[in-house]
Design a binder for this molecule. Structure first.
Ligand code: F6P
Length: 367
């Protein structure tokens, strides 16, 4: 089967580096292989409904479509983490219910004439891709997520930029903490993996770092803050991953909505509330939220994303479907998508980085 027409889509949360992947894949596809390239809008939406038009309006992509996007955050194709075709939400009798529209996607992909699809997404998108592969579709995956929690690749693009943003924000909060003698709690993203909290917290000299992999107790955190105050350092920085939870407790979240992933919210406020019952010190909470997901990708992310987009196009040309590109430093390799989604990359609580942080006095709340 020769490949002539390729679809490209971005799924899940946006992430710095999506546009450089699209640019590299489209340029390689057109210049090297002479393909026609179809931009699938808002994750699967562009294939669930062939008349769907998002404000992005990217259908057939040419070289002009990807000009000047290397440095831009977001995705020119639009994305969504609410359009899983296997759990698509429709309103029936005024109620939201999940339904399976995956056959429609397969049918529409044939109608457009897609020989293959490049799917750029995180673990959720790769799981959906795997289900479509099992339905006979030709898909190549590109891993993205600022959370960096995919085991198959050394690192996902977007993570480096998010860590830079978080580090800079914590540095700024450090100034105010010191000036006002305050405890500053900073909530960063990281649903199941604490990579952003750990990396940014370490780089910015946080005094406590709370991550999903290490359930915390409030007492060791309060003690660390009090010890600092006793040593005439009456300010502290506590970095909290959004997925951090107390020992025996739950993650902080809103009510689950149909077709949507659980929305985490309130982890740092929860810690502040608990700490304020143990210590008498001025506290403030800052939630960095989606600031970590937007903006121009870092140099590292631009280059990694470019290499991923190029490698994904080459995989399609070699008809190596069902595989996902990955970084195995210094090489770009590929792994089966099925294998990639089976393994999450979490922070090792007994690993060298955590141990180094502990030896330097960082508290994780489990001591
Ligand atoms: O998975 C990436 C991520 O940024 C998580 O860290 C976060 O919990 C989630 O996306 C937020 O998604 P949304 O854009 O739906 O709020």
């Amino acid at each position: 089967m020769a490949v002539h027409t390729v679809g490209i889509m971005t799924g899940g949360g946006d992430c710095p580096g999506l546009n450089p992947v699209i640019r590299a894949a489209v340029k390689t596809g057109i210049k090297k292989y002479g393909w026609k390239i179809f931009g699938i809008e808002d994750a699967s939406m562009g294939l669930i409904d062939l008349n769907y038009r998002s404000p992005h309006g990217n259908l057939w992509l040419d070289m002009d479509s990807v000009a000047e996007i290397l440095t831009r955050g977001g995705t020119i194709l639009g994305t969504s983490n609410r359009s899983d075709p296997f759990h698509y939400v429709v309103k029936r009798d005024g109620k939201k219910v999940e339904t399976d529209v995956s056959d429609l996607v397969v049918e529409h992909a044939k109608e457009v004439g897609l020989d293959a699809i490049i799917s750029i997404g995180g673990d959720g998108s790769m799981r959906i891709a795997q289900q479509f592969i099992e339905k006979g579709m030709n898909i190549v995956g590109v891993p993205k997520t600022i959370d960096n929690d995919l085991a198959a690749t050394d690192v996902t693009f977007g993570f480096d930029t998010a860590v830079q943003v978080a580090t800079e924000a914590i540095d700024r909060l450090h100034d105010t903490a010191e000036s006002h003698d305050r405890v500053m709690l900073v909530e960063v993203m990281g649903r199941e993996a604490g990579w952003i909290a750990l990396q940014a917290g370490l780089a910015a000299g946080a005094h406590a770092i709370l991550i999903p992999e290490i359930p915390y107790r409030l007492e060791p955190i309060a003690k660390r803050i009090q010890d600092r105050t006793a040593r005439n350092r009456p300010y502290s920085i506590v970095v909290v991953a959004e997925g951090a939870r107390p020992v025996g407790g739950e993650i902080s979240h809103l009510k689950k909505q149909p077709g949507a992933m659980l929305r985490l919210m309130g982890a740092a406020s929860h810690v502040a509330d608990g700490l304020s019952r143990l210590i008498d010190q001025d506290m403030r909470v800052t939630v960095l939220g989606h600031i970590q997901r937007g903006g121009s990708p870092s140099n590292f992310d631009r280059v990694l994303a470019t290499r991923f987009g190029h490698a994904a196009a080459n995989l399609v040309a070699q008809e190596q479907f069902g595989r996902m590109v990955a970084l195995r430093t210094p090489h770009i390799i590929s792994v089966p998508i099925s294998e990639a989604v089976a393994n999450q990359k979490l922070v090792d609580p007994n690993g060298e980085v955590i141990q180094a942080a502990r030896d330097l006095g960082v508290v994780f709340g489990d001591e």
